[in-house]
Ligand binder design. Structure first.
Ligand SMILES: [Fe+2]
Length: 210
């Protein structure tokens, strides 16, 4: 019997997730504490946001539909924006985006305060190029971010993947952030926040660049 000829398997059309964990940087604890306080203070006073969250069945608070000026409203958000600009530029570089010398710009940025048992069902972020989340408070048991294989709709007869298989072969991947984590992905990538099983709120800031 002839020996099997050597073969290669190459990843094509790769979906990339960018992650940076910033909590170990000097002075970062103070930054996170200030951001945490500011998120809670804004949530307390933003009645339009509270009403919108309640109407939409969001268990907790989001400024998504009520405030579009967080970096102008509080300097800690201006600092966060500056930091995110750098990470998004690095991700665009990693993705080999040809931006004709331009940079992706922040289109929107909003606070999410998710109560225990709250969740955010599966969605994409239309009209954007890169989306992401910065995690402010991730108590014990808080939801991960669940990402879905963008080719799922084409998988008419694809076998399930082995549970212990490589993460890049899974159909759904849960990514567990910690306070100070930045996650970035291309805006078409469907994702969700499963039920928050923590006893405490999960605080994050999400954003779109385009
Ligand atoms: Fe999202």
């Amino acid at each position: 019997m002839t020996k099997t000829a050597p073969a290669t398997v190459s990843p094509l059309f790769v979906t990339e997730l960018y992650r940076a964990d910033l909590a170990t940087q000097p002075g970062f604890e103070d930054f996170l504490a200030e951001l945490d306080d500011t998120c809670r203070a804004i949530a307390d006073e933003d009645e339009a946001g509270q009403t919108w969250s309640q109407t939409k069945g969001y268990l907790g608070y989001t400024s998504y539909a009520s405030l579009n000026d967080l970096p102008a409203r509080a300097s800690v958000f201006a600092d966060l924006k500056a930091m995110l600009d750098t990470h998004v530029a690095a991700f665009a570089e990693k993705l080999d985006f040809d931006l004709h010398g331009q940079k992706l710009k922040l289109n929107s940025l909003w606070i999410n305060i998710l109560e225990p048992m709250g969740h955010h069902s599966s969605h994409i972020h239309p009209h954007s190029v890169v989306s992401g989340t910065f995690y402010v408070s991730i108590p014990e048991g808080a939801s991960a971010l669940r990402l879905e294989d963008p080719r799922l709709g084409f998988m008419m007869n694809a076998p399930l993947r082995k549970a212990n298989g490589r993460s890049e072969h899974q159909t759904f991947v849960n990514v567990t952030p910690q306070a100070g984590t930045v996650l970035l992905w291309e805006s078409w990538l469907r994702h969700e926040v499963p039920i928050n099983l923590s006893d405490d709120v999960r605080i994050s800031v999400s954003f779109n660049y385009g």
